[in-house]
Design a protein around this ligand. Sequence first.
Ligand code: SF4
Ligand code: ZN
Length: 350
Amino acid sequence: MPAPVLCQSCGAGRAALRRPKTGRALCRACFVAAFEAEVHGTIVSARLFQPGETVAVGASGGKDSTVLAHLLRLLNERHGYGLRLLLLSIDEGIAGYRDDSLEAVRRNRGRLGLPLHVLSYQELYGWSMDRIARHVGPKNNCTFCGVFRRQALDRGAALLGADKIATGHNADDVAETVLMNFLRGDVGRLRRCAGILTGGEGTLPRCKPLKHAYEKEIVLYAYFQGLDYFSTECVYAPNAYRGHTRTLLKDLEAVRPSAVADLVHSGERLAVREDVRMPTQGICQRCGYLSSQPLCKACVLLEGLNRGLPRLGIGKPSRLQKALTGAEKPEAGFQEDSEQSSNAVRTIDF
Ligand code: SF4
Ligand code: ZN
């Protein structure tokens, strides 16, 4: 019988895995210690938090945010970060997916001993994702969901008095986003998507403490720590462009294992030519959220939904923007009397 492989860190324990990130054979205890030390290293070197801050941890019930909440609570105590942590969940209203994953968040709340706040699309926008999907059809659901979730997290965190939002984006997510924005030619997003700390100009700062953690290692860490998370894919995910980018990245990784880290690095180092025009940020005339257009994307999408023309808000918004803000006579199909129009979008008071 071949001799068991010994841990290359402590030399005593039996190796339980070969780390996807480094290729080193480690025992369970050394892997857990190394993983926690690396996330702590990321937090310290990027100065993600200041003592006394209230941090809202975006909690979806999936593996990434479950590991993030567990680690932040652990490292906050171990290293005395001095943070007040709370869990913030957004309920998009997706039956068979988010309702089940929120159950996992509720179970973890007890285990972590952190307060949990749940905010739904229904409360904020008057629409659940299931209802949106019935109106929009099988494509573009993630466009609505992504825009609404971004605002919902910001609004929820502001409501709770948080100074910062922490999200569970891992290295694979960041690499996918870099690749996706590159493929779409979305230079504005490409420039900022690899940042570890973003926002801050009119929105709450957001940070990604797991930015350098590989998805495979997050799964291993969750397994070794016996964490309880929900792992089913969203019912609307197969139609998302991101899914194709993910497949492409997995193929690249199969022939070049460092593809994820390389793409994250590319995103960080990318320079955009000086003469490339970037959107100027202003404030949405309707809801006050940060926007480079007179109306923010959420208000435009919502307007399309409320007018029974959901596809109007998808794609380049310039004509719809003009019509909605009165700079252009509304087209037939958008005509409404002013009273209806003012009631068409629910005001969000935060
Ligand atoms: Fe929302 Fe799309 Fe994610 Fe489903 S896959 S939760 S619809 S963004
Ligand atoms: Zn708005």
